[in-house]
Design a protein around this ligand. Structure first.
Ligand code: IMP
Ligand code: ZN
Length: 346
């Protein structure tokens, strides 16, 4: 079996996917057409080899969000994104997205969440289990964060646990994560899981406070590319992450294309992997960065010289870090073992 086939067939878990960053070229075209804006395609799409400063990526993400300004768009996008992950043999997917309110189109945060939940329900015939994290955008302030957290609790209860927690994201150079600690604590008290973008850029004081306050209640960290001393972090941060064994969601292409890591070779994956720390490979924004989870596994394997058995173990171990319960975890582990013989791992 050639490499492409192997990484495609490998059963995978995707834990770090922002809905509006994950929109494929096909869906972008479909939405631009719906809106009569076909000529804008080149502004939205990334060239295959292009990199750009993180600030520019955020501008591009804003543009991608203009593609989904009503509930129907969100529904279409979410259905397509789920189908694409399923076609890439992702068996468990945690999507995340920032519920938005757009008065002009009558979109409310509730309708936004309901559109995503309807898409998850309507794609449930696919061989993929999907959960949903509501994103708190750090640019929007604590009041909206609190509203989003309460919305997550409400929809968790009525969606039978499909809404499973919250994500903290947005431009890491804007605002201070410490302001949001009361929201994170309250979310945890209400039984919501937390995945926080932390140390995506050097922010040692902010990161230290969050980790000291939340400890292992920080369910997972998104990126964490600047935890180590040589990347603008320090030993204290590294030791806290190790001590609390907080899984890291590592998105190699996103970090290289967004220029928060100079190249694949220097990606922090190696550091944490060598310490046997839970590392979960993710895509972040597969549409914007023009990648797939299969490609991300292939890049990690090629860059860090992982053989197929190690890649399979890495994928299997990701199940430990999902936010769904032990029943789902066991179902997935069984599936991985069932599929292993089809992968011809020697
Ligand atoms: P949405 O939440 O589905 O609209 O997806 C786009 C949003 O995801 C952006 O506006 C950001 O808030 C967030 N996002 C995507 N990629 C990143 C990242 O690398 N760091 C922080 N936030 C991100
Ligand atoms: Zn992200």
């Amino acid at each position: 079996m050639d490499n492409k086939d192997f990484y495609h067939r490998l059963p995978k878990v995707e834990l770090h996917a922002h809905i509006n960053g994950s929109i494929s070229e096909e869906t972008i075209k479909k939405l631009l057409k719906r809106k009569g804006r076909e000529e804008e395609i080149s502004n939205v799409r990334f060239d295959k080899k292009q990199t750009e400063p993180l600030e520019d990526s955020f501008k591009r993400l804003k543009l991608m969000q203009t593609l989904s300004d009503c509930a129907e768009d969100i529904y279409i996008i979410t259905c397509d994104v789920i189908q694409e992950f399923a076609a890439d043999n992702v068996k468990y997917l945690e999507l995340r997205s920032t519920p938005r309110e757009i008065t002009a189109t009558g979109l409310s945060r509730e309708l936004y969440v309901e559109a995503v939940l309807k898409a998850i329900k309507d794609t449930s015939y696919l061989d993929i289990i999907v959960r949903f994290l509501l994103s708190i955008d750090r640019r929007l302030g604590v009041d909206i964060a609190l509203t989003t957290m309460k919305l997550a609790e409400r929809y968790r209860d009525i969606s039978n646990g499909v809404v499973i927690g919250i994500d903290f994201s947005g431009d890491p150079k804007v605002g201070d994560a410490r302001d949001y600690l009361p929201v994170f604590n309250e979310a945890h008290n209400r039984g919501l899981k937390l995945s926080l973008h932390l140390a995506e850029v050097p922010a040692p004081e902010e990161t230290k406070h969050i980790l000291q306050d939340l400890g292992a209640r920080t369910g997972r960290i998104g990126h964490g590319t600047c935890l180590q001393p040589e990347c603008g972090g320090n030993e204290t941060l590294v030791n806290m992450v190790l001590q609390y064994r907080i899984p890291l969601e590592l998105c190699l292409t996103s970090n290289v294309k967004g220029q928060t890591v100079p190249n694949y070779d220097q990606h922090q994956f190696q550091f944490w992997y060598n310490k046997n720390h839970p590392c979960i490979i993710g895509t972040d924004d597969k549409g914007m960065f023009d990648t797939t989870l299969s490609e991300e596994y292939a890049i990690a394997a090629r860059t860090f010289k992982l053989d197929r058995q190690s890649v399979w173990t890495l994928s299997l171990a990701s199940i430990d870090a999902i936010f769904a319960d032990d029943v789902v975890k066991q179902t997935l582990r069984n599936k991985w073992h069932e599929l292993k013989p089809t992968l011809n791992i020697t």
